[in-house]
Design a protein around this ligand. Structure first.
Ligand SMILES: NC(=O)c1ccc[n+]([C@@H]2O[C@H](COP(=O)([O-])OP(=O)(O)OC[C@H]3O[C@@H](n4cnc5c(N)ncnc54)[C@H](OP(=O)(O)O)[C@@H]3O)[C@@H](O)[C@H]2O)c1
Length: 205
């Protein structure tokens, strides 16, 4: 798959390194190709950075992993995204998000011609994206959005990096719930003293 990654920090950088190892073609889309987060590491992994529009060009999937406050600006900078799948990993934390929106995926949808926007990779820490295996058991992941083709791709990309199931939480009306679920993880990790090394798995009878 040809994947453009916008935001090369904790989440985007981790997923870029894992997806290239899984055999995908990755283009990092950055604001300044001579100075961006994580740039020292990427070359070693065979990852190259491009101007954002050049990264998008020819891609089938776009991951947006920037601060939520930048959601509208970043989406507008992508240019024509018709027919492309956009995976949104962002969360509005402590009210720092796009003005007038309760979640970042709605902000993306309002500013792109793509209708295939999926929320995924946002509900757990980047350390779990790096290594989702605990005591021999893989964590689960979760996704939401109206786009069935988008969710099929997101689930595949989650399983390729070691997650067990990627559960479908519902349509676009569940975008906000996905961010609340992320906040649940963040609360336990940062404010209830659990630290980052834990994750969620759904058990069924
Ligand atoms: N950290 C986690 O464990 C985690 C887990 C799940 C979801 N999330 C969510 O994922 C998102 C990214 O988190 P992170 O921890 O990866 O952030 P981060 O490490 O701070 O990285 C942010 C990236 O976004 C880029 N960026 C900022 N503004 C931009 C713009 N206007 N256009 C293009 N690129 C821009 C930065 O590029 P420069 O190098 O140019 O500054 C940087 O590469 C956040 O919304 C966060 O809530 C985080």
């Amino acid at each position: 798959m040809k994947i453009a990654i916008i935001g090369t920090g904790n989440v985007g950088g981790t997923l870029a390194k894992k997806w290239i190892k899984a055999g995908h073609t990755i283009r990092l889309g950055v604001r300044d190709t001579r100075n961006f987060k994580g740039m020292e590491d990427f070359a070693l992994e065979g990852l190259k950075a491009y101007e954002i529009k050049d990264a998008i060009n020819g891609s089938e999937v776009i991951l947006i992993a920037t601060p939520a406050s930048q959601a509208v600006e970043v989406t507008r900078s992508l240019g024509d995204t018709s027919g492309k799948i956009i995976i949104d990993s962002m969360n509005i934390v402590m009210g720092r998000g796009p003005k007038g929106y309760s979640n970042t995926s709605e902000a993306i949808l309002d500013n792109t011609p793509s209708v295939d926007v999926v929320k995924c990779f946002n509900t757990t820490g980047f350390n779990n994206l790096q290594d989702p295996v605990y005591q021999g058991m893989s964590l689960d992941l979760f996704m939401a959005g109206d786009s069935l083709r988008g969710k099929k791709i997101a689930a595949q990309l989650a399983q390729e990096i070691g997650f067990d199931m990627c559960y479908d939480v519902g349509g676009n009306d569940k975008f906000e719930l996905m961010e609340q679920f992320a906040w649940f993880w963040i609360n336990l990790a940062n404010f209830q003293g659990l630290g980052r090394e834990f994750g969620f798995k759904l058990l069924k009878r």
